[in-house]
Design a protein around this ligand. Structure first.
Ligand SMILES: [Zn+2]
Length: 111
């Protein structure tokens, strides 16, 4: 139990009281073992943490993808209406790809 923190409370499965499991693995109220409750609580917290990280990662990725799409779309749209728009659009889409790549490289270098 190395990652146990100060406010690690669990619900005793024998007397249903909410007890601090930071000191020992025995319920201070009824003397029952808290081991199962501790394992359950730790598993729950771990899963919640993974859930939260996964959610954050998805949100960031979606925002990034939406922005990339918008940038390229705007660029293509801005020339699509012009006389040579169709021919240029393809080249611009490729250029936009290169530009985004350079942009990413630059972003990494800055850090
Ligand atoms: Zn108890």
């Amino acid at each position: 139990m190395s990652d146990m923190n100060d406010d690690f409370k669990v619900c005793c499965e024998y007397c249903d009281s909410y007890v601090d499991a930071g000191e020992n693995e025995v319920c201070p109220n009824c003397g029952g073992s808290l081991r199962e409750a501790i394992i359950r609580e730790e598993t729950k917290r771990r899963l919640e943490k993974i859930d939260e990280e996964e959610k954050q990662r998805k949100i960031l990725q979606e925002e990034r993808e939406a922005k990339d799409r918008d940038d390229i779309f705007d660029l293509i749209k801005s020339v699509a209406g012009s006389a040579a728009g169709g021919a240029i659009a393809g080249g611009l889409a490729r250029a936009a790809g290169e530009f985004l790549k350079e942009d990413l490289k630059g972003a990494f270098k800055k850090k």
